[in-house]
Design a protein. Structure first.
Length: 217
């Protein structure tokens, strides 16, 4: 089932500036696209560290069957093994005609090799002849390791539909076949990073995370 959640339009220049509390925060990823997306959204007093930056080279455990479970598992793992405050995300593309698939299994939809091109091809194939191409990207971010605070999660979502064929060269993953409903008919991969960040699932989840920072650190 798709959860119709946050509909916030994320304003990039609405940064939360709080120079009194400089902090280092790990984002549990080495995905350069995601790190760039998130770095551009975070307030200036937070220094974002990648997994490489904290010396973590092992694969993080991701064995749960929900986006929330996986995000929590990854953030808690980094807190427990590296002693740093950390947030982790997990994203799924939920297609209505496929009863929410690939969902939490989006990365390995076409097999354990986790290849974006294979995933796109499989999804287009599965939807061939389907009149209903509606879908939504959903991201859950889990934040772990802030002093005195239990792990908590923040969600973001964007609705749209799956294009008949891939279009565009920007972004990553399923971006070439996802057309957001709030856009002008272009896929995410045909938009600039700034345009994607104004409406994307991850930007909305990170916006909720940033509001939490504004009031809790
Ligand atoms: P993960 O949460 O990073 O493991 O992502 C799960 C799957 O969704 C992977 O196949 C990613 O490539 C894909 N994905 C995650 N975020 C995005 C996005 O913003 N655009 C397109 N695909 C994404």
């Amino acid at each position: 089932m798709l959860i119709r959640g946050l509909k916030t339009r994320v304003t990039l220049n609405a940064r939360v500036e709080n120079p009194r509390y400089p902090m280092r925060l790990c984002f549990a990823s080495n995905n350069a696209h995601k790190l760039d997306e998130i770095r551009s959204l975070l307030p200036a007093h937070i220094t974002l560290l990648s997994l490489v930056d904290i010396g973590c080279s092992e694969e993080l455990p991701e064995t749960q069957h929900t986006l929330e479970g996986n995000a929590r598992q990854k953030a808690d793992y980094v807190r427990d093994h590296y002693g740093v405050a950390c947030f982790a995300d997990d994203t799924g593309l939920e297609v209505n005609a496929l009863h929410g698939a690939p969902g939490v299994y989006s990365a390995r939809y076409a097999g354990p090799q986790r290849l974006a091109a294979d995933n796109l091809a499989k999804l287009i194939q599965e939807l061939s002849g389907s009149a209903d191409r509606s879908a939504a990207f959903r991201t859950v971010v889990a934040l772990s390791g802030l002093p005195g605070q239990a792990t908590r999660t923040f969600a973001g979502e964007v609705a749209g539909h799956i294009a008949e064929a891939p279009r565009g060269t920007g972004g990553f993953g399923y971006d070439p076949i996802f057309v957001p409903a709030e856009g002008d008919g272009r896929t995410f991969a045909e938009m600039s990073g700034t345009e994607k960040n104004q409406i994307s699932h991850r930007a909305r989840a990170v916006a909720a995370l940033i509001s939490h920072f504004a009031f809790n650190i």
